[in-house]
Write a protein that binds this ligand. Sequence first.
Ligand SMILES: [Zn+2]
Length: 156
Amino acid sequence: MLDSIVGDVIQIVKWQEESIKESFERSIIFHMAHHNDDQFELLKGNVSHVALDLLVGEKAKIQMLITSNSSCGCHLFMTRGLLCACRLSNNAKITPDEIDVFWRKLNLNPSLLNEDKNVDIDVQMDRVIQHIKNQPNPVKKSMMSKVLSAVSHLNQ
Ligand SMILES: [Zn+2]
């Protein structure tokens, strides 16, 4: 039982690293037209496309919130560590520092996951766990919530 949970977690961590890395590599190669917004200029190539998509979508909500006189709710900020409509509304350029490290993690730690298929997965797993342990609590929480949501997705 424990073995299979550990196996699941290893798979999830691997999958997360790979999918983020893949998306991150695409982000470096392509600069998508709909991301051509001065406000996000400093983020291009530094955060994943998924993060940019979410930010572009959030920015589109600003006018709607003003028109309907609604409050932001700050959902994106609380759940994803990305700037929400009220934080984007001043139109200031966003720096990568303002984005949850999750979205730019591989840029900072490209050596975290060794590409060599012969490397012991348990050793890599330990490195990943050690890396997560060394993060500040909000980052830990963010990373754990992503792992846990992936686990619950697998169990559905
Ligand atoms: Zn907000």
